[in-house]
Design a protein around this ligand. Structure first.
Ligand code: ADP
Ligand code: MG
Length: 665
């Protein structure tokens, strides 16, 4: 029960059935059709064990209208006793046309007499685990529902119009009356469902608002943007000028940094829109005042790319940097830690190793998380704890190339300010995306040969097969061999998840320097890698990737002025959804549009990487379907928090229990 999260009475009351069984009526056997699931009642006219084709118990049931066979391949003495000839039984199962005529295999059954009453409500079937019997869970839920405090907490004027009360809604969802429309229960449009979803969304909005209010009480260092300061020097030293969108978001961030409330901002911008330089400019503001800045990326390769770029931009201006990752160990790591702790290193770049407990900052003023959706919720919580160790909170800037659709931004990230770079740097040629079946592979390889002959570079991405790292490697290795053979005189590299960090970095460095023409890789290059001379990207088994992931990958090309192509190879047969997904990729280069479609197809849980946390964020409401309820809940949350903060607390505790912390991360 604990594993299912069923600890408190209220948890049990909120454990809603997966589906229902109708035991409120008896169907005459003569009305049964092949495929019907139904309850019948009759008298056993025959019960015997047959041995052919295998040992089984065959029971003949007669209800006066017709006969039905019941077959049990596994049975116990109890079966024979209850199902003996002459006994009256009530049986529930799926009717199928069998060898003897209409039959039910392994139906549920119980002995009855003519007076045994029928159920008055539908029978709930609960989500459960293999070791927890349904009957036990039913009893536990029924008593939890009976004991739970379901008093109305929400003032009626804040509820959506025509709302049911909570107690009635829950009682109904556990034991619906047989006249209910099963359709309304299934699509969760029934008023009882609406109330439940509203409650959940309200709890979630409240916890976000509470987090925001808590943050407003914290103090962060207040920076000043100075003329002639580091930020201006960096701007002057850049080989390009900022786009209008970049200038706008830098301005938004700079305003936050000049306030004493910690910044909590998400910077979103499509792949290649130039977020790194914005991060560098934000860092420059903090560092100019003698504060440290930490930049974290989800993978070592990405962290290293950032590091190189930032070093190249900032070291000439006199900034000391440090590089921290999980693979950097021993003496070098110890040295780095000392430089971070003393404050000598103003800029610290790395993977999540940066947030490990032994890393102590002298004066952390700004933390930047790149590709924030790739960090698990647990990691974000660890970061928050770490940041709570100093008296002044650092400012927090999160960056993401996966644009968050509007409803999501309003709900799961309600306490986040958002800046958007909605423009690509000038001079980019749009990427052309082509979709081919894998049997066009030879032709694609010829295109690669033509491309490298012109001095261009090529990525070839193989999917990561989660269940089997070994298979994943085989696939990438085989492709690597095939391409090496097909491109004599050119260097073809291989990059995969099982290589150690040093080897990965070496391969990446060769490709970046242009000494390697083709890079075969598993998805380790997924985010952030920047090699402007790469003009062709081939993605094998493209049907196995999420749309946003494909968009991220595709964004690795088209980073310079050369016209770029992305080839999506799929393996036949491809399902209809599979086809329309790849078609969507070919039709759109817009990350927002793609992300919207991705959300439709996959749902927000996976979209957000919430699976990593093990705690599904919303159990009942659906952000795409329940947009209207989201709006009502949002308004109700701010009113309730302002007028009755204690009630708000009670509501959050009732709904979220220990999950509240997760939602604030
Ligand atoms: P992303 O937003 O995907 O992280 P990057 O920050 O890696 O994008 O930037 C992509 C490329 O564009 C980099 O090579 C970067 O130096 C370059 N770049 C960024 N801003 C501009 C600009 N305003 N003009 C020209 N090139 C730019
Ligand atoms: Mg980036």
């Amino acid at each position: 029960m604990e594993k299912l999260g069923l600890v408190r009475d209220i948890d049990l009351a909120l454990h809603i059935p997966l589906r229902y069984e109708d035991e409120t009526r008896i169907t005459p056997i003569s009305d049964l059709r092949d495929g019907d699931t139904a309850q019948v009642e009759g008298v056993v006219s025959d019960c015997q064990i047959l041995f052919r084709p295998r040992r089984q118990l065959v029971v003949k049931l007669d209800d006066g209208s017709d006969e039905l066979f019941l077959r049990f391949l596994n049975f116990y003495p109890n079966h024979q006793k209850t199902l003996a000839a002459g006994k009256r039984v009530r049986v529930r199962g799926e009717a199928r046309g069998g060898f003897f005529g209409l039959e039910m295999v392994h139906p549920s059954f119980k002995g009855v007499d003519a007076e045994t009453p029928l159920a008055t409500a539908l029978t709930p079937v609960y989500p459960t685990s293999a070791t927890l019997p349904q009957a036990y869970l039913r009893k536990a839920v029924a008593s939890g529902l009976h004991r739970a405090d379901l008093a109305e907490l929400i003032p009626p004027e804040l509820l959506p119009r025509g709302s049911w009360n909570l107690r009635d809604s829950l009682r109904f969802l556990h034991h619906p009356t047989p006249d209910v429309s099963l359709g309304e229960l299934e699509d969760k449009t029934h008023p009882a469902w609406q109330r439940l979803k509203f409650e959940e969304l309200l709890a979630q909005q409240l916890s976000q608002l509470q987090a925001k209010n808590e943050r407003a009480l914290q103090r962060a260092p207040r920076f000043t943007v100075r003329t002639g300061g580091l930020q201006e020097k960096l701007l002057a030293a850049l080989p390009f000028s900022l786009t209008a969108a970049q200038r706008r978001v830098v301005e938004e961030i700079a305003l936050d940094l000049q306030r004493e409330v910690p910044m909590h901002r998400l910077l979103q911008g499509d792949v290649g829109s130039g977020k790194t330089v914005v991060a560098a400019l934000a860092a420059a503001i903090a560092m100019n005042e003698g504060w440290q800045c930490a930049l974290m990326a989800p993978t070592e390769i990405l962290a290293e790319q950032h590091f190189r770029k930032l070093v190249q931009w900032l070291e000439p201006l006199g900034i000391q940097t440090a590089w921290l990752t999980g693979s950097r160990k021993g003496k070098k790591r110890a040295e780095m830690l000392v430089r971070v702790a003393s404050g000598e290193a103003a800029l610290v770049v790395g993977t999540h190793a940066v947030i490990q407990s032994e890393v102590q900052f002298a004066k952390l003023g700004l933390a930047i998380i790149d590709e924030q959706h790739r960090f698990g919720v647990a990691q974000r919580l660890a970061l928050r704890d770490k940041l709570e160790q100093q008296s002044l909170e650092p400012h927090l800037l999160m960056m993401s190339a996966t644009p968050i659709p509007r409803t999501l931004a309003m709900t799961l990230f309600a306490d986040l300010d958002v800046s958007t770079i909605d423009e690509l740097p000038p001079g980019r040629t749009p990427i052309v995306t082509k979709v081919f079946s894998d049997n066009k592979r030879e032709g694609v390889i010829r295109t690669i040969a033509a491309e490298v002959a012109q001095g261009k570079q090529v990525y070839w991405v193989c999917p990561l097969i989660e269940e089997s790292e070994k298979l994943d490697l085989q696939n990438a290795t085989a492709t690597h061999e095939q391409l090496s053979a097909a491109l004599p005189g050119h260097s073809v590299g291989l990059l995969h998840g099982r290589m150690n960090a040093t080897d990965k970095a070496a391969v990446m460095a060769q490709f970046t320097a242009g000494q390697m023409q083709v890079l075969v890789s598993t998805t380790v290059i997924e985010v952030g890698v920047d090699v402007p001379n790469a003009s062709l990207m081939v993605i094998e088994h493209a049907e196995r990737f999420g749309l946003s992931q494909l968009h991220q990958l595709r964004g690795r090309v088209g980073r310079g002025s050369v016209a770029s192509v992305c080839v999506l190879l799929y393996t036949s047969p491809l399902s209809d959804t599979g086809k329309s997904r790849l078609k969507a990729m070919a039709e759109s280069n817009d990350g927002f549009e793609i992300s919207r479609r991705d959300l439709e197809i996959r749902g927000p849980g996976e979209f957000l990487g919430a699976r990593q946390s093990g705690a599904p964020l919303l159990r009942f409401a659906d952000l795409t379907l329940d947009e209207r309820l989201v709006h009502v809940a949002r308004q109700a949350a701010s009113q309730l928090l302002a007028s009755e903060p204690r009630v708000a607390d009670q509501h959050v505790a009732r709904w979220l229990g220990s999950k509240a912390e997760f939602l604030k991360a």
